[in-house]
Design a protein. Structure first.
Lengths: 283, 283
């Protein structure tokens, strides 16, 4: 437990150690932030900084607070305590610069929408109510569909697509925005191997372009490898630091209650005798 | 041919009815499209019936019914918003409560007055065959307002139907645009009650747009189908009512519901025969 606290403390203190593309203000900054719903604190005392061109992966079980943190950053939920700023301002003040991929889409199966219409919606924040989109926007939309391999489905109705194809459509929508900050909630949910590969390529391209990314994921291998920081969440911050510092058997055991690792010959299973949920309830 | 044209060419009241009816069809197609996409059918129904006490009181004190209807609709929406925001009850519960309350209030008011029986039929089923020229102009103005709102708010309305959180993050207040949408539906109900009556306006809101939703791949096309189906229902409903001496409002709504079922059956037969191409190639 103490060693994990050290990881957390050193990660918070040594942000210079992470890749930094410039010395400007952080894109996202949280100080002792508490998040949750009006009568329920989900996670307390979150502190981290995310600068331009950096990515942070939030890893944890269902209900660990990942989505709640993302919703607080985009301004859908007010912070319950502490401080949070996005581009130095209150969350939600900069819709033109933030693209958000939520977990659930209200009525994908009722709406008469083609794939291209959904992807075009990604450009709406840049144009407000009435400003006209041009040919350049059509090209950006087409390129966003190509990046997720769905350009041939452009004219297909969204409701006729499989779950994975719909997820690729939503990811294309996010890419079409060309935002400075991408907030992605379980972006690889439902994607097949090809889709995951295209996604990983797309986010490394976005990072190279100078965008920053906050992603909530169950993936503890490929996606964190692209990230500068990893935060393990289990209704509290279990650890925060570089992937190498944080993705240890101990920390994962505390986050998930079980860890499976090994090579081709041997498989090891570590299982917590007391799940972290029980510990939480005793507190 | 005579059967189709003469009723209109030789009767001014039939022409007035058709003009008013087509205007109602356009307003209901636009508002109804969002009623269906946003799953607001229940609130549409409640509004259609909840305006009754307002109309009854207006007629009692000698005001135009349309003013009473507007006050009734405003009370209804205000009440629903208040209960939903100030309690943990879902909007369904709030809508149901207000709906029954307002309807009973309307019937109580009507039952106190002996001179009301003819008026009640008129309120519930409209008097499209006796529509005045000034009422047609009010309907025209309302239809223009509704179309203008739909054009101005096209982007937020689309995002709201797709995912309210996405709308919020894109910088379009979901509360504001939801209220504008409700206002649009309320205006449609209030001005259309003179033509098809409070009971039947609900049919014009959902049946043509519902049939459009079955056919269209895009929201704009869905609306155009709804206008077409609505206008056809008006024409054939009036014709049937003229030739067979049937109640006009009810005949119109019966035709529109019949069109919905014809479209539904054709879609199902076609759906069984055809293998959807994108599932075959990309499934």
């Amino acid at each position: 437990m103490d060693s994990r606290k050290q990881v957390f403390a050193s990660a918070a203190g040594e942000t210079e150690a992470f890749k930094m593309s410039n010395g400007g203000a952080p894109y996202v900054r949280a100080m002792h932030l508490s998040i949750g719903y009006p009568n329920e604190v989900v996670v307390a005392d979150i502190s981290f900084e995310l600068r331009q061109g950096q990515a942070i992966a939030l890893i944890g079980t269902n209900g660990s607070g990942k989505s709640t943190l993302l919703k607080t950053i985009v301004g859908l939920l007010p912070p319950l305590g502490g401080e949070v700023s996005v581009f130095g301002m209150r969350p939600g003040s900069n819709p033109r610069r933030i693209a958000y991929l939520g977990q659930f889409h209200a009525s994908g199966f009722i709406l008469p929408l083609r794939v291209v219409d959904v992807v075009r919606m990604g450009r709406f924040p840049l144009y407000g109510l009435r400003r006209r989109m041009g040919r350049q926007d059509d090209e950006i939309v087409l390129s966003a569909m190509r990046r997720m391999g769905i350009e041939k489905l452009a004219e297909s109705p969204l409701r006729s697509l499989s779950g994975g194809q719909q997820q690729r459509t939503y990811l294309s929508q996010v890419l079409a925005h060309q935002a400075d900050l991408l907030i992605l909630d379980e972006p690889t949910a439902g994607l097949d191997a090809g889709g995951r590969e295209l996604y990983l390529q797309a986010i490394s391209d976005e990072l190279r372009r100078g965008a920053s990314i906050v992603t909530a994921t169950h993936d503890i291998q490929e996606e964190p490898a692209l990230c500068d920081q990893v935060m393990l969440l289990a209704r509290r911050v279990v650890a925060l630091g570089t992937p190498q510092q944080v993705l240890t058997h101990d920390a994962l055991l505390e986050t998930f209650g079980i860890v499976v690792f090994g090579d081709q010959k041997h498989v090891h299973v570590l299982e917590a005798t007391h799940g972290h949920d029980d510990k939480e309830r005793l507190r | 041919m005579d059967w189709l044209v003469t009723p209109f060419s030789s009767n001014a009241f039939m022409v007035h009815a058709l003009i008013a009816g087509v205007l109602v069809s356009i307003a209901c197609a636009i508002a109804g499209t969002f009623v269906i996409l946003r799953g607001l059918a229940f609130i549409g129904d409640a509004l259609a019936h909840g305006v009754l006490p307002g109309i009854a009181v207006a007629i009692l004190v000698g005001f135009p019914g349309i003013i009473g209807a507007a006050i009734g609709a405003a009370g209804m929406i205000g009440g629903i918003t208040l209960i939903t925001q100030r309690s943990r009850l879902s909007s369904d519960t709030a809508i149901g409560l207000l709906f029954v309350g307002m309807l009973s209030l309307g019937v109580v008011i009507v039952s106190r007055s002996n001179s009301f029986s003819g008026d009640l039929t008129r309120i519930l089923f409209g008097e499209i065959l006796g529509i005045s020229v000034s009422a047609i102009f009010i309907q025209l103005a309302a239809t223009i307002v509704i179309a203008a709102l739909a054009i101005i708010c096209a982007r937020p309305f689309l995002l709201l139907s797709f995912d309210p959180e996405q709308a919020e993050v894109a910088g379009f207040s979901s509360r504001l645009y939801h209220s504008i949408m409700l206002f649009m539906i309320a205006v449609t109900v209030v001005v259309s009650f003179q033509t098809v009556g409070t009971l039947l306006v609900f049919g014009m809101l959902i049946a043509p747009a519902g049939a459009g939703a079955l056919l269209a791949r895009r929201v704009e096309i869905m609306m155009l189908w709804a206008v077409l189906f609505g206008a056809l229902s008006m024409y054939f409903g009036l014709l049937i009512s003229y030739h067979f001496n049937l109640a006009a409002g009810a005949s119109i709504v019966l035709v529109t519901v019949a069109i919905f079922f014809v479209v539904f059956i054709i879609q199902n037969i076609r759906g069984r025969r055809a293998v959807r191409p994108q599932e075959a190639t990309h499934g």
